[in-house]
Design a protein around this ligand. Sequence first.
Ligand code: ZN
Length: 133
Amino acid sequence: MTKESINKKLREAALNTSTKAYAPYSHFHIGSAVLMESGKIFSGCNVENASYGATICAERVAILKAISEGETKIKKIYVYSKDGWPPCGLCRQVICEFAADDLEVILGDQEGNEKNIPFKDLFPAGFTPDKLK
Ligand code: ZN
């Protein structure tokens, strides 16, 4: 599969999942899709909560779905939002835990624009699992 077709699949998964977002408070519908080292793709949407702190972002939903299926290395992550927002700090830390060395983050917006950012540039001094060894 070509890089372009993988990115297209990730965008479709993220965009489709964004329509399932539970966002009665912010009304921001976010979708994310992760490509794992095995080649499997998992997607997630944001799930808000009346107790705002219990809200979980689309990126973490996608990652937790992958982890719950035994996948632990993220090769690519696509984040879809209306304006192409990047992952929040909390999501960056969770991504960091499972990031492949060459993890690429793709930010897509509703116009079809995409920005590709190496995860290392997005989160340069992350707290990685090896710090605890
Ligand atoms: Zn987040």
